[in-house]
Write a protein that binds this ligand. Structure first.
Ligand SMILES: [Zn+2]
Length: 587
């Protein structure tokens, strides 16, 4: 089954190449007026035809806009196999891509085809993430799914009104779209949701059609969000799945994948990086140090040096869109860290901060006195005690004085291209430090408010261990410490006191599905905790630990009361005297 991901990529290459080359034969525009009479007129567009015209116009505007934008694109894919006992598909292998979208070269970009051979590309994607694949390839494959049609024209399609429907608080006109005969390969076939103010497509669900001989298009559900004023809706989430796509004799494609886009508002990375990676400090960032009369003592100098390295690395990670800006979730994490510190009488200077890495793979690490946890990790942790376990391990590194490699304190070390971040930055620690941190962390946890709740944390680790062989790309760390240390699991002594991991048991929640807790604003990268009602789990198949699930974002308009990120997020007020509760989802 290890070969499946390669196959998936191969399919994309074939599909998309043909998509790009799709012929668009000239034909007399034949307007579909079907159902037009039955349409409820909206305020601005009086007829169904007008709705279609406005939508097509907006879509062309959208395409022009996307060519200027270079968000990060992350795709995480799980290949599935039916589990007879569970009576549901379960992941058997996974694939991870991270890169930057570039649609600027348009549909006739030859570079997209002059790339390495299919197998080479597949191999590259499967290999270590330091080979962050060049975004030249991103118009292909999953990133392609941000586009409905490179050249959306009325003459290529039949439109059928379905109904009006709310997506979140957005009133939408729902329309079925089917390519006309001879409109060329790779047109969109499916359903679109159009918001009724500016007539932007906010969601489209379907596939490209018709597919050329011996290649296939995949199914997807592509969502856009209103991230800016002026009716700007940008791609943010794409879910894709196939359960029985027969692509070769006896071969069936069975997978599900989540694609996330963010970092639309990052500084013009492309233009800068072509010349140099040197950035010049803004004048306000330069502090006047002349009033400080004292020289630093050797120990102060050492600390200042380490602090410089820490700031350099954090700035860099945030600049390229990998680290979320400071926000509410940091405070939730900090509360948990404080709970452990207070009960252990730990007084660490400078103060410890927590930050969130925006990516999916489960990892955590420390940069000086900053603890970094990935979004995917926060998503899958079942409860606060498990979160405390992850954070306390990192706290232990800090408490033990494990140092950041201070070569990062030299500013020139930061001048490397963004795509090389993963090879230039490595926060993983050696085995000796890991074991010492594990030991110290257990000691700290046993003297913390979480001491009686650690069996579930141990259960989480058992789940990690059980799923690690199938979910190598999710569980492997890319920048920091993995939950697995060779064959050993981090903090394995917690596992002995925990119950047996039983994926078939409906009431045992060892780990949550991906995407269940943290919401990312793709423009600002601000994070917010997702507000969901608890759902009763009645069947073991509903648990889906570490699994990819479809997206169903609550759509809002920019600036509406329910749209302001972080405003509604539960604030966890750090209360140093007493231990505070910081459960991310009220569990
Ligand atoms: Zn560690």
């Amino acid at each position: 089954m290890d070969r499946s991901p390669v196959v998936v990529i191969a399919l994309f290459l074939v599909c998309c190449a043909t998509f790009m080359l799709a012929q668009t034969p000239a034909q007399a525009p034949q307007l579909s007026t079907r159902d037009a009479a039955s349409q409820q007129a909206s305020a601005a567009a009086a007829t169904f035809d007008q709705v279609i015209d406005r939508t097509i116009e907006r879509e062309h505007f959208f395409m022009a806009q996307m060519k200027q934008l270079h968000p990060l694109v992350e795709t995480y894919l799980q290949n599935l196999k039916e589990d007879k006992e569970l009576n549901a598909p379960v992941p058997v292998s996974d694939v991870y891509f991270l890169g930057r979208l570039d649609l600027s070269s348009g549909e006739t970009d030859d570079r997209t085809f002059s790339s390495p051979t299919t197998s080479g590309l597949g191999k590259r994607m499967l290999s270590k993430l330091k080979n962050v694949y060049s975004m030249r390839f991103m118009p292909l494959g999953f990133a392609q799914m941000v586009i409905l049609d490179q050249d959306f024209q009325r003459k290529y399609y039949d439109f059928t009104f379905v109904r009006r429907e709310f997506l979140g608080e957005i009133k939408c006109i729902v329309i079925d779209v089917a390519p006309k005969k001879d409109a060329g390969n790779g047109r969109f076939l499916g359903r679109i949701w159009i918001e009724d103010q500016d007539y932007n497509i906010v969601r489209f669900n379907g596939t490209y059609y018709p597919h050329p001989r011996s290649s296939y298009y995949l199914h997807f559900d592509s969502w856009r969000q209103n991230l800016r004023p002026g009716g700007v809706w940008l791609p943010s989430l794409i879910y894709s799945e196939e359960s029985d796509l027969k692509y070769k004799l006896g071969q069936t494609l069975n997978y599900k994948a989540q694609t996330r886009l963010w970092g639309y508002n990052l500084k013009d990375f492309r233009r800068n990086s072509e010349f140099t990676e040197i950035t010049v400090d803004a004048p306000q960032a330069v502090q006047d140090e002349s009033k400080k009369a004292q020289d630093a003592s050797p120990i102060e100098a050492q600390r200042a040096w380490e602090r410089q390295a820490e700031i350099n690395v954090i700035d860099r990670l945030q600049q390229i869109g990998l680290l979320a800006p400071e926000g509410e979730i940091d405070k939730v994490l900090q509360t948990v860290v404080n709970n452990v510190m207070v009960t252990n009488n730990l007084d660490i200077q400078p103060e410890i901060h927590c930050r969130v890495l925006l990516t999916t793979p489960l990892e955590s690490f420390t940069i000086g006195h900053t603890i970094v946890v990935s979004r995917g990790m926060i998503d899958v942790l079942p409860d606060e005690a498990s979160l405390a376990m992850i954070l306390t391990h990192e706290l232990a590194h800090i408490a033990l004085g494990h140092r950041l490699n201070t070569k990062m304190a030299f500013n020139d070390r930061m001048f490397f291209p963004d795509e090389r971040t993963f090879e230039r930055m490595d926060f993983a620690r050696d085995r000796g430090e890991e074991e010492a941190a594990d030991k110290k962390a257990i000691e700290l946890l046993n003297n913390s408010p979480y001491k009686d709740k650690l069996s579930n944390a141990g259960l989480f680790l058992k789940a990690v261990q059980a799923r690690a062989p199938q979910l190598k790309n999710l569980i492997r760390a890319h920048l920091g410490d993995s939950l697995l240390n060779g064959d050993a699991t981090r903090m394995s002594s917690l596992m002995t006191a925990s119950p047996q991991f039983d994926p078939k048991k409906a009431d045992q929640i060892a780990a949550l599905p991906l995407g269940g807790r943290v919401k990312v604003d793709p423009w600002t990268e601000q994070l917010e905790l997702i507000k969901t009602k608890p759902v009763a789990i009645t069947a073991a198949a509903d648990k889906m630990p570490f699994e990819v699930t479809p997206f169903f974002p609550f759509l809002t308009r920019f600036g509406s009361a329910s749209a302001s990120p972080n405003k509604a997020a539960p604030a966890a007020t750090p209360t140093p005297e007493k231990t505070a509760t910081a459960s991310p989802s009220g569990q």
